[in-house]
Design a protein around this ligand. Structure first.
Ligand SMILES: Cc1ncc(COP(=O)(O)O)c(C=O)c1O
Length: 448
């Protein structure tokens, strides 16, 4: 069959496809982009143009594109048994092996995994497991959930309610009742003259004040992304997350690390919880667990909590595709690559520090007000010619800058007035050089 023309594909897409997180008027004006193939850190677009993907898809393609051995592992599994559920005392081999592997890799004590298909579902599962746990242990009044401003935890009704981004909540009249917000440590955004450390101290004090106002006996859990990703790559100062964790412990509130972006090497550790000694009660993963090759989420649960849940009768929660064997086979092959190629160590000792050095060098650019990052994630806050005072909620300079950088051959993400990067863990020095050269050229053009 002849391949369909770009015009035909775009016409069908326009007529029938509701895109996620897309301004459809803008899509119609510019035409749908279609990625046709990908290898390593490079994707090929609809015009056969190579682009370096400095966002790893959506912060997830940790091992890079085109890994034959993941495709082969999935093929083998699908040929043996393409699908069978994990309900009713049954499961499949790769799903068992992945649960065991995660228990081995995860921070101490997080020995149980509940599988789902995405980060949203993994957080949603955490919410339900926590609710059941609090009820089973006789703390039924503990039902509220605390999250931070600029948090991103997903798109279901409950996980949108946990998300601290008005652009995500307002169109749907969320949050639901019972979701409480405390300030996240976005010192640049607060712009009140305090240093990052001072602002984080203020956030901790405010968090404690709000916990006490709500009543700790009404609060089930606090969820936190160690580095807030979609909210703008918000990197906390040393000590803040551990203090937040200790605050939860003092008030008998479960602490959940949403590591959907940070798990599996991005920060130069298998988990941010290891890096910053967070000892979470639950740890939520997705994305890098398969490097995006197939959809998979895993909610890791502390053993004492799992004990209460497993002794509590029928666990009436689960998805048809919880522990889908093709996805868990992909995850096993993916984790094997990360281990064999020492990609976590590479992010920690080599390409992570190199990316951070290049990021710091761009701090001197006239259009850059702040850079921040950790390991293989980073952000640049950009400003117009007249400086920060001219920024408004609609300037969206980061989005504009990301468009210019794409014209220069590199995909980054524009969020409000900042540019975010998170390339695959296999990125080379040469690719990092090319990424930053393109970012610089884009920023040079930003003021017109
Ligand atoms: C920290 C975090 N949690 C949850 C999610 C939701 O994951 P998904 O889009 O797979 O539902 C995301 C997605 O970007 C995320 O970054």
């Amino acid at each position: 069959m002849e391949p369909l023309s770009l015009e035909t594909l775009r016409r069908i897409d326009r007529a029938h496809h509701l895109h996620p997180f897309t301004d459809h008027a803008d899509l119609e004006r510019h035409g749908t982009r279609i990625i046709r193939s990908a290898s390593g850190c490079t994707v090929i677009d609809e015009h056969d143009r190579p682009l370096i993907d400095a966002l790893a898809g959506l912060w997830c393609v940790n091992v890079g594109y085109g890994r034959r051995e993941i495709a082969d592992a999935v093929h083998r599994q699908m040929t043996a048994v393409a699908y069978y559920p994990s309900f009713f005392n049954t499961t499949t081999e790769p799903t068992i092996l992945l649960a065991g592997k995660l228990a081995q890799l995860a921070p101490k004590g997080l020995g149980h995994a509940f599988f789902s298909n995405s980060g949203s579902e993994a957080n949603e599962s955490a919410l339900k497991l926590i609710r059941a746990y609090q009820k089973l242990r006789g703390a039924r009044s503990k039902q509220k959930i605390v999250t931070r401003s600029f948090a991103y935890h997903g798109v279901t009704l409950a996980t949108t309610s946990m998300t601290g981004l008005p652009a995500c909540t307002e169109p749907f009249d969320l949050p639901l009742r019972g979701f409480v917000q405390v300030p996240g440590p976005y010192a640049y955004g607060a712009n009140d003259g305090r240093t990052l450390e001072q602002y984080a101290e203020h956030c901790l004090a405010e968090t404690e004040r709000i916990l006490l106002r709500e009543g700790p006996d009404t609060i089930a859990a606090l969820f936190a992304e160690p580095v807030q990703g979609a909210g703008g790559v918000i990197v906390p100062p040393p000590g803040y997350l551990r203090a937040l964790r200790d605050l939860c412990r003092r008030h008998d509130i479960l602490f959940v690390a949403d590591e959907v972006i940070t798990a599996f090497g991005r920060l130069g550790a298998w988990f941010a919880s290891d890096l910053w000694n967070l000892e979470p009660d639950l740890l939520v993963t997705a994305k890098g667990i398969t490097s995006g090759y197939l959809p998979l989420g895993a909610t890791l649960v502390r053993d004492e909590i799992a004990d209460v849940l497993t002794r509590g009768g029928n666990l009436a929660h689960g998805y048809t595709y919880s522990g889908h064997p093709a996805a868990t086979a992909a995850a096993l092959a993916n984790l094997e690559i990360i281990e064999r190629e020492k990609l976590v160590e590479r992010a920690r000792d080599d390409v992570g520090p190199y990316l951070q050095k290049k990021l710091q060098a761009l701090a001197a650019h006239r259009a850059v007000a702040e850079v921040r990052g950790c390991g293989l994630i980073g952000a640049l806050e950009v400003v117009p010619r007249g400086g920060r005072a001219e920024l408004t909620p609609t300037t969206l300079l980061g989005v504009k800058a990301a468009g210019l950088v794409r014209e220069e051959g590199v995909i980054v993400r524009g969020i409000r007035d900042l540019v975010a990067l998170a390339p695959p863990l296999v990125v080379t020095h040469e690719e990092i050089d090319a990424i930053f050269a393109a970012v610089e050229r884009g920023l040079d053009r930003l003021w017109g």
